[in-house]
Write a protein that binds this ligand. Structure first.
Ligand code: F6P
Length: 552
């Protein structure tokens, strides 16, 4: 790794001092003072328009945040990542999801080898296969075309594909119904299998490692279910099971012919893998042309991220605003609020992308970090969220920075629905920013003729502090290209924040301990081992479960 971590102390200190002067300012006054605030704090990349003017920032804040990014080596690490250096230090790997969507002629070299020809080869394989399945030329063992695609995977081998397939639902193939099974809870698989016909079902077993307990168990149970049907034998498996993995041996051991395997590489992180063959269920649903548009949209954002100065760099700006609230205002969470039903899985997808990447507490050198790192990311689509948790966003004691996302044109124009949706969307960001003062509340209640004693009683409850920050991301229409740009935007945002916090965003050791302990506990819940080795709580719970579990 050639990039050394520079001293960031001076930039942090300058921001801490600046925070003292900004924390008391109200955005309402900042807007009143500066008629240019909207154009000053907006950015456009392709179809994505970002308004970040409703943040607790001044011109100087942005300058100081950009200085922090420079001091932390963001440009150098960005270039190192994009050029294939092994920036994932704990796993000794390059991080090259950007190569998967490299629509330029530029080679991308890992260990002296240009990886682009291999990437194009797998894309061609995906193209041939998806065309066969979509056209009906690929048939099941009884000669019928496929009608159901069941993706079996978890984490990055599920969340990205399911989010994108749902998001592009309006582009879906009319004959093919996509399904996603991730949870090892047998209900997930059982409920899915109830909806499909084995003769017309294609299973995509997706696992980077092909060792993940949940995925292998679901895949085995799916195979047993399939083989239990009349006429289905091992030879029929080849027509109904394909795999996406980096582990050819594991795929072969499972019983899937490597000819039906779509490969990818260890330099693709699981949560950054939807651009690889892990995107197969997406391509089966929307077609390879649309899948390539998704890649193009992401590439557009990659190029912007690579070349735009930090102060005009959309992912960098979003990242820096997040740092501003996490590290200077003490915000512990970040809400992502898509006003688009198609994006209903976007917050869940982002949770893995962000929290598995930046939920770390040691730095790249293994030292305890002295600052807060990744926030809790959460959200739900609007307008549903408004009737659930927005109360806390408006009047709670915690500061929750929000991203609001919406398309200008609906893919389902239905009467006035979209105008109503968007009016809510815009009203929420305005309300969060402006708030409503006690004087305004009292004035309005007086005008309505409310009794003064009642006004005094109710006014504090009806007052909104405002000054609650939000970013607004508007796009024209929801297309594969837009979605590609949007996902890449957040991926790069996460990367920039990881650099600023000096954590390795590309490992996930934190998921290991639970996995290991589950192995021990399984032996015990099934009665193979005595239950003594844990704390009293865990021992007691295992014993209680053992006494009550359904006998096998
Ligand atoms: O549980 C963590 C994790 O390793 C994720 O990072 C990954 O996306 C997921 O498990 C699934 O892994 P695999 O694709 O190897 O089955």
């Amino acid at each position: 790794m050639t990039v050394s971590v520079p001293d960031r102390t001076a930039a942090w200190s300058a921001l801490a001092r600046h925070h003292e002067t900004v924390r008391g300012l109200h955005m309402r006054d900042l807007f009143a003072r500066d008629p240019e605030r909207f154009p000053r704090f907006t950015l456009e990349v392709g179809d994505l328009f970002l308004d970040y003017s409703k943040n607790r920032i001044t011109h100087e804040t942005v300058a100081l945040l950009v200085e922090l990014a420079r001091a932390c080596g963001v440009p150098e690490l960005r270039d190192a990542q994009l050029s294939g250096e092994p920036i994932n230090v704990t796993e000794g790997r390059a991080v090259l999801h950007t190569a998967l969507r490299n629509c330029s002629d530029r080679p991308v070299v890992v260990d002296g080898v240009d990886v682009m020809p291999e990437i194009r080869r797998v894309l061609t394989h995906m193209e041939e296969f998806t065309e066969q399945v979509r056209s009906g030329a690929w048939t099941g063992h009884t000669g019928r075309p496929m009608e159901h695609v069941v993706n079996i995977g978890i984490g990055g081998s599920d969340l990205g594909p399911v989010m994108v397939t749902e998001a592009l639902g309006s582009y879906g193939h009319p004959r093919l119904t996509p399904h996603f099974v991730s949870n090892v809870d047998g209900t997930h698989l059982a409920e899915t299998l109830r909806k499909v016909d084995p003769e017309t079902t294609l299973f995509v077993v997706a696992s980077k490692t092909f060792t993940t307990q949940e995925t292998l168990m679901n895949a085995r149970s799916a195979r047993d279910w399939f083989l239990a049907r009349e006429g289905a034998d091992e030879a029929a498996i080849a027509r109904h099971f394909v795999a996406v993995s980096t582990n050819e041996e594991g795929v072969r051991d499972f019983g899937i012919d490597p000819a039906n395997m779509f490969g990818f590489w260890d330099w693709v992180g699981g949560r950054y893998s939807l651009w690889s063959a892990i995107g197969l269920p997406i391509a089966l649903s929307v077609g390879m042309e649309r899948f390539r548009e998704l890649l193009e949209g992401a590439h557009l954002m990659d190029e912007h991220f690579r070349t735009a100065p930090l102060a005009e760099n959309m992912p960098a700006i979003l990242a820096l605003l997040g740092v501003w609230y996490s590290n200077f205002f003490g915000a512990a969470s970040h809400a992502v609020l898509p006003y688009d039903q198609y994006l209903h899985r976007f917050p869940a997808y982002l949770q893995q992308a962000d929290m598995e990447s930046n939920g770390k507490s040691v730095d790249r050198e293994g030292r305890q970090v002295e600052w807060d790192t990744g926030p809790v990311v959460w959200g739900e689509p609007g307008t549903n969220g408004q009737h659930a948790f927005f109360q806390l966003l408006h009047q709670g004691t915690r500061l929750v920075p929000c991203d609001f996302l919406a398309p200008c044109r609906s893919r389902n124009p239905l009467g006035e629905h979209h105008d109503v949706l968007i009016s809510n969307f815009l009203a929420q960001t305005e309300a969060l920013m402006r708030g409503r003062t006690q004087e305004e509340v009292e004035g309005a209640m007086t005008a309505q003729g409310v009794d003064p004693a009642r006004i005094a009683e109710l006014a504090p409850h009806r007052t909104f502090p405002g000054n609650r920050p939000s970013n607004t991301l508007l796009f024209d229409e929801f297309t594969p290209r837009t979605l590609g740009s949007l996902i890449a935007l957040y991926e790069h945002k996460i990367f920039v924040q990881g650099v600023i916090w000096n954590v390795n965003s590309y490992d996930q050791w934190g998921v290991e301990l639970g996995k290991e302990l589950a192995g021990t506990v399984l032996q015990e819940v099934q009665g193979r081992d005595p239950v003594t080795g844990h704390d009293a709580s865990t021992n007691g719970l295992i014993q209680r479960y053992r006494a009550r579990r359904r006998p096998t």
